[in-house]
Design a protein around this ligand. Structure first.
Ligand code: RUB
Length: 316
């Protein structure tokens, strides 16, 4: 039972049935919780080893969202502490399950707090542009709407997977005035935009943000028009490994998300590239809205050191 939940979660993340950095992190933790709760382990060492292998499998589902390894490492750190105590498996299981529940509830709380902080930055009459679909961004817009602010949202459709439709549909359902545009129309619409707000899959030590492909083009257009550019992200999207020189891997997805198979077959000399994420440099970012407060990109390295230490396991 436990292993099957790891495998099905792996497949859900890989196929993007579960997507978005926050959801991916919670799904992984929830699968590890089940694995731990329902598995049979002979010792705390055996439990740790099992969780570690399950964690590696989950981490390999998608490479870019750092929330995934951070979430897995959080659970492993809890398992490591239980193992070090040398107690019974039953006791260790209880502790690890509690840590998993804690991660999931803190994650949901963090998104809500980001919504409240970010909403303060939205004023009546603002035109806001967003790209892709981010729970953290939706939380900001929903909180501003809940505070009865009157503003307009422009959502890019976000090719090739059209996550912008999810954003537009969700905002319209809340009663927000939202317009869906093709990605190619970003610069045309930027004329009217006061602020852009996007989510993040990873934030690096120099304050750069890795997010859905096209984000950096939106940032460039915002920079040209002097529209504010905000990133809403929970701190488990910080990548402490980037303090040690590590690069964030950009996921390359199937060409058939870009063109139909039949077209690819009849145009076999055409190469199709489908990178899923890009990097927005810190100079295009005004502020990052986290559950710990609002920071300029230059503050990210200090926040990373405060939360993760120099070389500690993330969130441990
Ligand atoms: C989703 C995406 C989102 C971030 C943040 O990409 O780029 O902006 O993951 O989302 P994909 P959230 O659809 O490829 O997973 O704020 O929900 O964590």
């Amino acid at each position: 039972m436990g292993t099957s939940s790891i495998e099905s979660t792996y497949l859900q993340i890989r196929s993007m049935e579960v997507r978005g950095a926050g959801r991916i992190a919670r799904a992984a933790v929830s699968a590890l919780r089940d694995y731990c709760d329902k598995g049979k382990f002979s010792s705390t060492r055996d439990l740790y080893r099992g969780l570690s292998a399950a964690g590696e499998r989950l981490k390999s589902a998608r490479p870019t969202a750092v929330s995934l390894p951070n979430a897995v490492n959080y659970v492993l750190a809890a398992a490591g502490r239980s193992e070090a105590k040398g107690g019974q498996v039953r006791e260790a299981t209880k502790e690890i399950v509690a840590a998993c529940d804690g991660f999931i509830s803190e994650s949901l709380k963090a998104t809500k707090v980001i919504g409240e902080y970010g909403a303060k930055r939205i004023a009546d009459g603002d035109v806001i542009m967003t790209h892709c679909n981010s729970e953290a961004v939706t939380a900001v817009i929903a909180a501003a709407h809940g505070a009865r602010k009157r503003f307009e949202v422009i959502a890019t459709e976000t090719r090739p997977r059209f996550q912008g439709r999810i954003t537009a549909a969700a905002l319209a359902k809340l009663g927000v005035d939202v317009t869906l545009i093709p990605d190619t129309a970003v610069r045309v619409h930027m004329r009217r935009v006061d602020m852009v707000i996007v989510g993040a899959d990873a934030i690096t030590a120099n304050g750069a943000v890795v997010n859905k492909i096209g984000t950096s083009q939106v940032a460039l257009a915002a920079h040209e028009r002097k529209a504010r550019f905000y990133v809403a992200a929970e701190t488990y999207k910080l990548s402490p490994a980037t303090m040690l020189g590590e690069l964030v891997e950009i996921e390359q997805r199937s060409p058939y998300e870009v063109v139909p198979k039949a077209w690819a077959k009849s145009n076999s000399k055409v190469k199709v590239a489908n990178p899923a994420f890009d990097v927005t440099p810190p100079e295009y970012i005004d502020l990052l809205i986290t559950e710990r407060g609002l920071y300029p990109p230059q503050g990210m390295v200090f926040l990373m050191k405060e939360l993760y230490g120099e070389a500690r396991a993330p969130l441990a």
